[in-house]
Design a protein around this ligand. Structure first.
Ligand code: NAD
Length: 498
């Protein structure tokens, strides 16, 4: 069985760890390759390579760095289908869906190519008499990224292209369940001309993560994953004096007002709830049906959910692939059982689904619950599977209060034909990303991605200008060139410059 390498200092290298894990094809249950679970010594090698490469990369003019990124972008375009195939094979999502997510990652590289413009500081003349001030955005050094299983190419690309465009060097610790896209992207980046050591990939689990979090030469940590681990990463990295952004889990609500176009809304919610088998941090997992919209929207969702085709992600005509593992499938089924026990109405039941020829796969069919209450476990916890819960609210005010009381605040959407209702919603809702008649409002690369509350620990979101700020340190320089005739400046009084 093939065991994957690490990627350190521009080449494949074997892990010195004695531990390895299995990479499974979730559509068949077959182990397709093994992944090394890097240890502290592996991490030390990667950090040493990144630290050595840093001074030269920092001093490489941003425009030259950008040209390499642009070449990388071209190679990603050429290899898009190959990356999508790897993502689909290891994650389970359909090839078309995987290609879409690779495309969204490429768009971050496209944004990062513009870094020379974005890295310009500010300049002000005469902040005091004869005194000027300017600021620099300088790279922070060795950065680390730790990523989840559900977007094998896109989420890593939220991080490393921007960090590297800003002049940093980077160590990526991808999810051990889906390591192959990251390793392939490292090869493509080298082919694009990236100097050795600037980008390193260290597959592993908690052991590798802990080594990165405590390593004194790692200056910044970006994380995307579940909320308990995000909180742990945030606290541990901060304890070790690093800057950190840690994106966590989600429970995303879509509010449906009675004046919405119900067919348009049902189609939009279907894609958002069941695409990628619900394993998206921006998946809609809750519908809040306001007033008399409830019966209509539930009926339309039911008829659509019953028609969804479940199968292997590489088969044509399939809408929804498997979930990531047998353990995760069983957890989702456990949630569905609890919904039934706690009194929700099971409208469409995805349990016990059989996919002919893929009996070993981890499939759960589209599941729809109506009459869910906020006290139920299926509402309170992130299920991360193809389970959609409908709650009913009398008014928009009630819907907003309900959403704002939830611990998660990643994304939300409202479906309405009322500009006034939409405006009120965007103003009052306490959630990081909001869609108005847009079910999955993932911001484009030139805006920033991030939630609020338990969906993000840290101050800055990913990509967009917040990404540039996260991966740079601001330095302000105040300058005076005194002429002989200038009066004496020495004084013990707080300088006011003017
Ligand atoms: P996870 O938290 O289990 O793992 C994420 C990363 O952390 C992986 O690289 C994993 O190896 C590592 N890790 C796991 N346990 C660890 C531990 N105890 N100590 C240190 N590191 C550890 O998440 P997952 O199951 O891979 O991904 C699904 C989760 O990610 C969901 O909760 C989903 O909502 C979330 N997610 C959030 C966003 C977002 O933008 N907010 C995007 C994608 C996924």
């Amino acid at each position: 069985m093939q065991i994957l390498p690490l990627w350190i200092n521009g080449q494949r290298t074997s892990s010195v760890s004695s531990r390895s894990g299995e990479v499974t094809n979730p559509a068949t249950g077959a182990v397709i390759r093994r992944v090394p679970l890097a240890n502290a010594e592996d991490v030390n090698r990667a950090v040493a390579a990144a630290e050595t490469a840093f001074p030269n990369w920092r001093d490489t003019p941003p425009l030259r760095r950008s040209r390499i990124l642009n070449k990388f972008r071209e190679l990603l375009e050429t290899h898009k289908a190959e990356l999508a195939k790897l993502a689909s094979e290891e994650h389970g999502k359909t090839l078309e869906d995987a290609a879409g997510s690779v495309q969204r990652g490429i768009e971050v590289v496209e944004f990062a190519v513009g870094a020379p413009h974005l890295l310009k500081g500010e300049h002000a003349e005469n902040v005091g008499r004869g005194v000027d001030c300017h600021s620099l955005l300088q790279p922070v050094g060795v950065c680390a990224g730790i990523t989840p299983f559900n977007f094998p190419a896109m989420v890593p690309m939220w991080m490393f292209p921007i960090a590297i465009a800003c002049g940093n060097t980077f160590i990526l610790k991808p999810s051990e369940k889906v390591p192959s896209c990251s390793l392939r992207m490292a090869e493509l980046f080298k082919e694009a001309g990236l100097p050795d050591g600037v980008f390193n990939v260290v597959p592993g689990d908690k052991e590798a993560v802990d080594a990165l979090l405590s390593h004194p030469d790692v200056r910044a940590v970006s994380f995307v994953g579940s909320t308990p681990i995000a909180k742990y990463i945030y606290e541990t990295a901060a304890h070790h004096g690093k800057r950190v952004q840690a994106l966590g889990g989600a429970k995303n609500h879509a509010v449906v007002l009675p004046d919405a176009d119900m067919d348009f809304t049902a189609d939009a919610i279907m894609g958002a709830a069941y695409g990628s088998a619900g394993e998206r941090c921006m998946a809609i997992s809750v519908v809040v049906a306001v007033g008399d919209s409830a019966d209509t929207i539930v009926a339309k969702l039911k008829s659509r959910a019953e028609k969804l085709v479940v199968g292997a992600g590489n088969q044509t005509g399939v809408d929804m692939g498997p979930v990531i593992s047998a353990q995760h499938r069983d957890k989702i089924v456990g949630y569905i059982n609890s919904g039934v026990t706690q009194g929700a109405t099971l409208v469409t039941d995805g349990r016990g689904i059989n996919v002919a020829g893929h009996e070993g796969g981890y499939f759960v069919g589209a599941t729809l619950f109506d009459h869910v209450s906020t006290a139920m476990t299926i509402y309170q916890e992130e299920i991360f599977g193809p389970v959609l819960c409908v709650l009913r609210a009398a008014t928009l005010s009630e819907a907003i209060t309900l959403i704002n009381a939830n611990q998660y605040a990643n994304g939300t959407a409202i479906f309405t034909s009322s500009g006034g209702a939409a405006r009120r919603f965007q103003n009052e809702i306490e959630v990081g990303m909001v869609g108005i008649n847009v079910p999955i409002p993932v911001p484009m690369a030139f805006f920033s991605f991030g939630g609020w509350k338990a969906s993000l620990f840290g101050d800055l979101h990913m990509h967009g200008m917040e990404g540039i700020y996260f991966y740079t340190r601001t330095k302000a320089i105040t300058t005076r060139w005194p002429a002989v005739s200038d009066k004496k400046v020495s004084s013990l009084v707080m300088p006011t410059l003017g």
